[in-house]
Write a protein that binds this ligand. Structure first.
Ligand code: GRF
Length: 216
């Protein structure tokens, strides 16, 4: 697809967006993708500020926007791939269908554990600690109609340490996310990562840690 045009959808601070911006900048002319649009449902989202600072076009699409507004913004910007990075809204089915195999999400746990409705942000890390898990991690998965359920594209692990609280665990997982997310999005753009017609993931990386080499 040449240089893929990516839309990043984010509701929050946008540190994963920033990791992708930085990785693409580091690759320079060799980057397989550009971020063509950042969309948020929250006007005050740090992600929008980060995009503006990087010279990336933004769109604010609140929950109250007319049906079809999100899809129209994506189509207008000629988006090839969608990356969800802390986007807290349900993705309308027509968008899921249009971007089948071309949309990924990052989730801060070892899916399928600690995923699904209500499992986002600190809720995830608190649940991991409450369950007494000895490890956690992050997962990038293809998006289908059910929250956090789509085929897994990349996964990495971090230990849960004695004395962790939700903040310290979240910070460790986020460090991993900042490696996992750019890798997965750019691998998808290069075609090194793909969802086949029969629903299998090609090129998945399921073994990452904070130290494992991750070249793209
Ligand atoms: C990350 O933990 C991501 O996994 C989750 O939301 C958080 C977003 O963080 N889906 P940021 O906005 O990228 O800093």
């Amino acid at each position: 697809m040449g240089v893929a045009r990516i839309a990043v959808l984010a509701s929050g601070g946008g540190s994963n967006l920033q990791a992708l911006i930085d990785r693409i900048a580091a690759l320079g002319a060799g980057a397989p993708a550009e971020i063509a649009l950042v969309i948020s449902d929250r006007r005050a989202a740090g992600a929008l500020e980060r995009a503006t600072r990087a010279g990336i076009p933004t769109a604010y699409v609140p929950a109250s926007a007319p049906e079809g507004a999100l899809e129209a913004a994506l189509v207008d910007a000629q988006i090839d791939l969608i990356a969800l990075a802390g986007y807290l809204r349900y993705i309308p089915v027509p968008v899921v269908q249009r971007f089948h195999a071309r949309m990924v999400n990052i989730h801060p746990s070892l899916l399928p554990a600690f995923g699904g409705a209500g499992m986002h942000g600190m809720h995830v890390h608190r649940a991991v600690l409450a369950a007494g898990a000895t490890e956690s991690g992050a997962t990038v998965h293809f998006v289908d109609e059910v929250f956090d359920r789509g085929p897994i594209a990349a996964q990495g692990r971090v230990p849960v340490l004695a004395g962790d609280d939700a903040d310290t665990l979240a910070a460790r997982v986020l460090t991993l996310e900042h490696r996992l997310f750019p890798w997965a999005v750019l691998a998808l753009a290069r075609g090194a990562l793909a969802l086949t017609d029969d629903g299998r993931v090609q090129g998945a990386r399921l073994d990452l840690t904070l130290d494992s080499p991750l070249s793209d």
